[in-house]
Write a protein of this length. Structure first.
Length: 201
């Protein structure tokens, strides 16, 4: 069954306990200056409102995180859901343009130019190496053929979580945009610990 941004955005959320039970950690890069961006975009009370939706200890999470920070994998998911519910009317799809904007701002001109020079295929091939630096569990393989690619995420129940799956489609589309070759990304469930992303540009 094809999983699009629309179908994943409409899927029921996992229960809090189910998401919090996910094993493993990920680096703070995945959230980056999340609280700073929330305050800049939605006003001085926005961060406090988002924190009020988060369970302890995430309600005290630093508003800016980096590569030296390690978090439970559920942190990115619950923070994302809290932002969407509090500030975006519960519509996960509304998150995408904000992610593109924040990614552009975080990269700077030099890295944006590098992304364009690499092109979509070469940038996607770098994904597995980047994934290993950010995630403690699981792996991703990338096969590129012409203007299509297949990303296979395997090895952890995180890859079945609907919000995580949606974020992967967003991340893939963002990469295509930054590489100067907008395209499509659709998902496919391969089992309880497998997620496939098919990319065309």
């Amino acid at each position: 069954m094809e999983l699009t941004i629309e179908t994943l955005a409409a899927e029921p959320r996992w229960q809090l306990d189910q998401t919090r039970a996910l094993p493993g950690r990920s680096r703070g890069d995945l959230l980056g200056p999340w609280g700073v961006n929330v305050g800049r975009r939605f006003g001085p009370t926005a961060l406090q409102r988002v924190r009020a939706r988060l369970p302890s200890p995430l309600d005290r999470l630093s508003e800016s995180l980096g590569a030296k920070d390690w978090l439970p994998v559920y942190a990115q998911l619950l923070v994302t859901e809290a932002i969407v519910d509090e500030l975006l009317g519960g519509d996960m799809r509304a998150l995408y343009p904000l992610l593109v904007e924040d990614t552009r701002a975080g990269m700077g001109r030099v890295h944006l130019a590098l992304a364009r020079s690499l092109g979509a295929g070469r940038a996607l091939r770098l994904g597995p190496r980047a994934f290993r630096k950010i995630h403690e569990r699981g792996s991703v393989d990338c096969e590129v053929s012409g203007r299509t690619a297949r990303l296979s995420f395997t090895g952890t129940p995180l890859f079945a979580q609907p919000t995580w799956r949606l974020l992967q489609l967003f991340a893939t589309r963002t990469l295509l945009e930054l590489a100067g070759t907008p395209g499509t990304a659709v998902g496919e469930s391969g089992g309880p610990e497998i997620f496939i992303v098919r990319v065309t540009w």
